[in-house]
Ligand binder design. Sequence first.
Ligand code: OOG
Ligand code: NI
Length: 465
Amino acid sequence: MPAIGQWQLRAAFAVRLSEMYGREVPAYTTLVDVSRAVNEDVLRARGADAERLGSIGRVTAERHGAIRVGTPRELRQVARVFGALGMHPVGFYDLREAAASAVPVVSTAFRPVDADELARNPFRVFTSLLTPADPRFFDADLRARLETFLAARELFPPELLALADRAAADRALPAEDAERFLQLAVQAFELSTEPVDLAWYRTLEKVSAVAADIGGVRSTHVNHLTPRVLDIDELYRRMTARGIEMIDTIQGPPAWRGPDVLLRQTSFRALAEPRAMRTQDGTVVSGALRVRFGEVEARGIALTQAGRALYDDLLARVDEQAAGRRAAARDDIARGVWERHMPVDEAELAARELAYFTYRIADDRPRDGTEPPTGIGELVRRGWARAEPVVYEDFLPRSAAGIFQSNLSGAGTRDNGRPGTAYDADWLSGAIGREVLDPFALYEQQQNRSLARVARALGRTDPAR
Ligand code: OOG
Ligand code: NI
């Protein structure tokens, strides 16, 4: 029997997770259907241009999931499961700081990192780790109870982890083992039918709905699964027309006439889901919890550090001008700010080194013996090389916090008078036991490699820039 390679495992896992989640949250299936319809319409209307940030095949299959775990030990196990699928931790997000309400987690995203792996299947999972040691949210007593509860549960069966380690070591699994691995992996993220201890859940919920969702139950589950859409404004209109109540904004950059950068996301709150609950006297009753949601996203061009600083600065200006105004007014304000300060085309983004591109030598470059110019900008302008935008593969802390908050049942409580526990990418690397990669470094490397290839093709030793 042929072995199943890592990217095939990743693609199969994404499909099966999607089927499972569609059974659990039917509105997700609607979202996927509407996304697909919008993508087909955009492709028809814009032709090849619609595929500038990824082939329609990639975009249609593209999903990100979100999961939440309680301890570094659980996170290390998650890393083994995703490592089997060729996904590595990239980026550090501190949602405790990005959110005004109580979102006591720090996060990373597991994703493929090589361009060809991303092209094959870009499946990624935003993964959050609870921070019981942060005294702004948990007092010493609650922290101790929470840590004891978490230490006693098992999210991933040993058989799954053993198969994951084999897949990572061999970069593949024999077909039969692959089947077993996929079954166990999907199962690990299903909503459990085990009764929820109601008193314990409510205790945590008072502090934070996210804390209850993570530490109030003895298993984990997919929190949401997000399809990618080529026109998120149109998607928003169509979902609203179907009577699905969306949150009142699209997070991230505004819709405008210039290039799409980074990430735009929006969501709706899923319906309450039936969950068995154990009351204080031990009886099991049927209850309902409303913690999961549906999210959709449109991806744009990856920004450099300078581009990101510009983005953050523009957002701050929009905040200032939009303070106290309605959400609709904010969109107009944001568009105005973008018009004044954001480059209106890719060429300017590249020239000012605000965004990442990959370059390749043009097939139809001049062949009449003329000497090519120096500098990648000139090479592109005079038809010697082509620039293709690098897609943003990561997340935005502020949008993530916004999505978290807009879908919480209550703000929870936080005591900002106490100093928070400091965490950063290094700490998270230690907790996972693998390096949390820097997204900027990954994009930069991709761009630099392409520049080196152009230089080589022109018989030069220096990279083209
Ligand atoms: C994760 C929220 C962040 C995104 O797309 O920004 C996220 C969560 O709710 O667990 O998924
Ligand atoms: Ni998400």
